[in-house]
Design a protein around this ligand. Structure first.
Ligand code: WTA
Length: 632
């Protein structure tokens, strides 16, 4: 990479070193990009042939019923066959799949062979509890190896997993169980995070207490060993069920388009949506993007420091690394516990070669100072990556210099729960500009348009849209196909609307600006204003509430809320604090507002919709824009 001295501006370009190019799977980006645009279906068919199919497809893409695209039509596959079973025939059976470290320092390592056995046993457990192909299973666990194992066990037998992030709390969990109608729920007694225990089983008990959810069986993995509540007949220990389970389990033959999982994500309105991904296209897309973008090789130690409960973890902790036969690191706990060099000691200890994380984590580490990464030998690293929000050039440069030793290219990957995998991203051979996710992945055509759907000029801000279908795209919103059309395919007919704004510079590099809808990215986590608002109005003091995101130095955005109180309540600092805690308890600590402001009125449109952009402009002291529909 080029010298750091020249880089103060965001227009500085970092060219890859000869060493990076020499080992890369893709050495000539331009040629492959051109080929992929000319022959997208051939490109994807070739990638798909790198995986094992029970039966080959008859048609690569069926676009006869847009926007409900189908990929690898007629193909039979199971993603778990590719993630695990097929490695049993090779030396990879004895390769490590996961190296795990608990926050308390305990360690585990599990080979592909052992993971395969665990997944088979747990798949048999699920079957013995009556789980069948197409059933939904909710998984609400901490970061333990059993979380990927549970996901894989579901997929193996054709059940649809619905993972709820372990940092969510009672109401978020309840809503997701109710929507998915899961009869089986898998959890842990608790999880260690930042020196504290998150009482996962207690949250499950609270969520199920009203008795209106369909959950009949709760499987509990013991992690903390602390005392927990127990409902006889409903609750079962993971280890007891596993004791007699057979390690032999046939992998279900799935249609390429059969559902693999649903994952809830916050949208612009209403309750979170369940995006649905499938076995075939998702397998091909995640396998390929990881292989090319992170140039994964057999000797790598890959660490995606996300939570398995979000799409980043689904795609790049569970499915793509296993399909690529990689060894992954999973770390259970908080990034700065017990000291700000926890991550760097993990990199050193396990010889991590690729580290993929969120800009918010980098900004957090920057604040602790440069000395923490310098305490450790980080020379094993050869590639870095970021995801979840735009990375500011300062954070990029800090990561590049103090973690990557000015040697490791940074893959700034733009993508979404909806896209399944990376969409706009560099490859190691692509010259980098700090803060830009560079250019679209192979076959993908992206364009910035204005309100009328017309392409804008270079460097002009507009809406980020995608023109071409890709195998990893979500197929629908589970149970609500109309909302799928409405949310993603109606704003700009014929295009997928991302919900993001961006600009493209004169070199064709994309610069993502942020969400243009009511989604707030807090520390890279995606939250909806509607979720926060409904948590607030569930408190007896609150008549009405509006939530907005305002810039925050470390977290990217912080939630600020405006609250109208019911009569008889007074807007005291104590009540503000109580409301903050209330949201944390109902939704989860990440949703806890930074600031609560009591107001007498909220700006609304004539049809009664809260104008959050007006609140935001006021809070930032910016012009309020078009107020023709305002009525306070
Ligand atoms: C944002 C996470 C800038 C964006 C994989 C997107 C990013 C939303 C980047 C999706 C990036 C993700 N640069 N912004 N590299 N990656 N985003 O569904 O606003 O949790 O729409 O998926 O995160 O968030 P989600």
């Amino acid at each position: 990479m080029t010298e750091l001295a020249t880089v103060a501006t965001s227009s500085a370009v970092y060219a890859p070193s000869a060493e990076v190019i020499a080992r890369a799977h893709v050495k000539d980006w331009d040629t492959l990009r051109a080929y992929s645009l000319e022959h997208p279906l051939e490109f994807w068919a070739e990638r798909a042939r790198e995986l094992e199919w029970f039966q080959e497809w008859t048609q690569v893409l069926d676009d006869s019923n847009k926007p409900f695209f189908k990929w690898f039509v007629g193909g039979k596959i199971n993603i778990v066959h590719n993630a695990l079973d097929r490695h049993m025939k090779t030396w990879r059976k004895n390769k490590l799949a996961y190296i795990w470290q608990g926050e308390d320092g305990s360690e585990r390592a599990i080979s592909y062979g052992e993971l395969h056995r665990m997944v088979n046993q747990f798949a048999n457990v699920l079957k013995s509890l009556g789980v069948r192909k197409g059933d939904r299973v909710t998984i609400y666990m901490g970061r333990v190896i059993e979380l990927p194992a549970a996901m894989l066990a579901c997929a193996k037998i054709g059940a649809i997993h619905s993972v709820v992030y372990g940092g969510f709390s009672v109401e978020a969990l309840r809503g997701r169980i109710a929507d998915s109608q899961s009869r089986v729920l898998i959890t842990c007694d608790g999880a260690f995070v930042n020196g504290k225990v998150v009482e996962l089983k207690q949250i499950v008990d609270d969520a199920l207490k009203p008795g209106d959810l369909p959950v009949e069986k709760v499987i509990v993995y013991r992690r903390t060993g602390r005392a927990i509540g127990w409902v006889e007949g409903r609750d079962h220990w993971w280890h007891e069920l596993m004791q007699d389970a057979s390690p032999i389990c046939e992998t279900e033959v799935m249609d390429a388009e059969d559902p693999l999982f649903i994952l809830y994500t916050s949208g612009s309105t209403g309750k979170p949506k369940a995006l649905l991904h499938t076995h075939g296209g998702y397998a091909v897309y995640t396998y390929t993007t990881m292989r090319y973008v992170f140039d994964i090789q057999d000797e790598d130690r890959w660490w995606c420091a996300a939570d398995p409960g979000w799409i980043t973890g689904h795609s790049y902790i569970v499915y793509a690394p296993l399909m690529n036969g990689a060894t992954s690191i999973i770390y259970e706990g908080g990034p700065a516990y017990p000291a700000p060099d926890r991550w760097w000691s993990i990199v050193e200890q396990y010889g991590v070669t690729i580290l993929y994380c969120a800009p918010t984590a980098i900004r957090g580490f920057m604040r602790y100072g440069d000395e923490w990464p310098h305490k450790h030998d980080l020379s094993s690293l050869r590639l870095l990556g970021t995801v979840g929000e735009p990375i500011n050039p300062e954070a990029w440069l800090w990561f590049y210099k103090h973690v990557g030793g000015e040697r490791c290219p940074i893959m700034d990957t733009w993508w979404q729960t909806e896209t399944g995998g990376f969409m706009i991203t560099p490859l190691p051979v692509v010259p980098l500009k700090p803060g830009s996710a560079t250019r679209p992945f192979f076959t993908i055509q992206a364009e910035i348009v204005d309100d009328a759907g017309q392409p804008v000029k270079p460097n002009e801000e507009g809406y980020l849209t995608i023109l071409t279908p890709w195998p990893g795209m979500a197929r629908t919103i589970y149970g609500d196909p109309d909302r799928y059309i409405q949310t993603y395919w109606s704003r700009f007919p014929g295009r997928y609307f991302t919900g993001d704004s961006a600009r493209v510079d004169e070199d064709g590099y994309f610069w993502i600006i942020g969400r243009v809808d009511d989604v707030i990215k807090v520390s890279g986590y995606r939250l909806g204003t509607a979720e926060v608002e409904s948590a607030l109005v569930s408190h007896p003091a609150v008549a009405e509430a509006a939530a907005i995101g305002l810039p925050h130095e470390v977290r990217g955005n912080a939630i600020h809320v405006f609250v109208i109180l019911r009569s008889g309540y007074e807007g005291t600092p104590a009540l503000a604090e109580e409301l903050r805690q209330h949201v944390g308890k109902v939704l989860g600590p990440i949703a806890r507002p930074e600031r609560v402001e009591f107001v007498a009125r909220l700006p609304k449109t004539r049809s009664g919709k809260i104008m959050r952009r007006v609140l935001k402009a006021r809070a930032l002291g910016l012009p309020e824009g078009d107020l023709s529909t305002l009525e306070e």
